[in-house]
Design a protein around this ligand. Structure first.
Ligand SMILES: [Zn+2]
Length: 409
């Protein structure tokens, strides 16, 4: 039997005593000192949650070209050709003043309406410096290095990894207004989709309305995932609107439907290449099947399915349209769009297709609903929108729901 002290010493040695300044080289053999010019494709990773970048090539010292996810793996359906999220391992790199990585995607992949972001810890994010954007055949951006930082993360726009939903659920489970957190199904690669039930436990359910909120059909649409986070936090807050809604409604929330896609870093596809959003007639995906079962079970008074637009700068309201469903069927959706739409700073309204969730719920079950569309472009004030902007819009959607319910009474 070895002593606890020896055991700790042994484990510490095995773990390589990772700490700032004396970083471990245990999992990869690295030279004791490296320079920016030494960095190579092997120093980049996309095998973390939501990670996505492929075909990385070194174009010169500190200069790299790469591509977004290959359609061969996840099919073409729903490809946005924009989502990337990678990490560069900078251990043992001696950073000089002004050092930066020069990154490039071959145009037309990339974006002109969204500004890429970078981070040293995957939590606190910064916009890439001015000078980013299209340059001939490439979309380019720079990543500033900082002395003492052993990692550099970069993405199309602020990521929202799926473990955030699970980490938050651990805390939410203790909230008295969270009645339950259940698994409504498992994706094609078996990751669980969870649903929160939020209501005031002191008030009987008898006259409560059922409300369904969902997000994350499309994992790369992270503006809407931040928006959903804002909606949930507002629903659990002490704001008078939230308190009133908890008394009068049972709110069911699916924070991310495609936990698989979100983990794998797909843009609008789940793990077997299906765009869930257009799968509510064929039901090829497990995700659409168990989401539809959930809608049928709950028969909510309304269903909002959160999404994001990447092209252009507008937020919007996308959903059943009189041209597709007819004026009579559309009539109950209009007051809902009006009540929530007045909180949207930029409003774009577009029709949905017949195979989309809200249109099918309206036609088959009489459930009114639409897709609030979030956006990481520039806002009405000309500033780039932040994660907090999305969270605020998420809370305003809840205020719009309250207004809509008041209008029904
Ligand atoms: Zn979408």
């Amino acid at each position: 039997m070895i002593s606890a002290f020896l055991f700790i010493a042994f484990v510490s040695a095995a773990l390589g005593h990772e700490q700032d300044g004396a970083q471990s080289t245990l999992y990869r053999n690295l030279p004791a000192v490296r320079s920016l010019a030494d960095l190579d494709v092997a120093d980049f990773f996309d095998n973390m949650e939501s990670g996505s970048l492929v075909n990385m090539k070194k174009a010169g010292p500190g200069s790299f070209n790469f591509e977004v996810q290959d359609n061969k793996i996840y099919g073409y359906q729903g490809t946005l050709m924009v989502w990337f999220y990678g990490m560069c391992d900078l251990r043992n790199v001696k950073v000089e003043a002004g050092d930066k990585l020069k990154m490039a995607l071959r145009w037309p992949v990339g974006l002109t309406h969204v500004r890429p972001v970078y981070s040293y810890d995957s939590i606190n994010w910064n916009f890439v410096p001015e000078g980013w954007g299209r340059d001939g055949d490439f979309f380019r951006f720079d990543l500033p290095l900082r002395s003492g930082e052993s990692r550099l993360y970069f993405a199309t726009h602020y990521p929202y990894p799926p473990q955030r939903v699970l980490e938050r659920a651990i805390k939410q489970a203790k909230n008295p207004n969270v009645r339950s957190i259940e698994t409504i199904g498992r994706g094609e690669r078996d990751r669980p989709t969870i649903m929160l039930t939020i209501t005031d436990p002191r008030v009987s359910d008898r006259n409560k309305k059922a409300i369904l909120l969902s997000a994350g059909d499309h994992p790369g649409e992270t503006a809407s995932l931040w928006g959903m986070e804002g909606s949930i936090d507002f629903l659990l807050s002490e704001d008078p609107v939230a308190k009133s809604l908890r008394k009068n409604a049972i709110i069911y929330v699916v924070p991310i439907l495609s936990m698989d896609g979100s983990a794998l870093g797909t843009d609008r596809r789940q793990a077997t290449g299906v765009n869930i959003y257009f799968d509510y007639q064929k039901f090829e995906s497990r995700e659409a099947r168990y989401m539809w079962e959930t809608v049928k079970r709950l028969r909510p008074s309304l269903w909002l399915d959160y999404h994001s637009w990447h092209l252009g700068t507008a937020e919007g309201l996308y959903g059943p349209h009189p041209k597709v469903v007819g004026a009579d069927k559309y009539a109950p959706v209009k007051p809902l769009i009006d009540a929530i739409g007045k909180y949207f700073p930029l409003k774009q309204q577009s029709p949905d297709t017949l195979d989309s969730p809200n249109t099918q719920a309206l036609l088959k079950l009489g459930v009114p609903g639409f897709c609030p569309e979030f956006n990481f472009g520039k806002g009405a004030n000309g500033e780039w929108k932040s994660m907090e902007d999305q969270r605020v819009l998420g809370s305003k959607i809840i205020m719009g729901i309250q207004d809509y319910l008041n209008g029904l009474n």
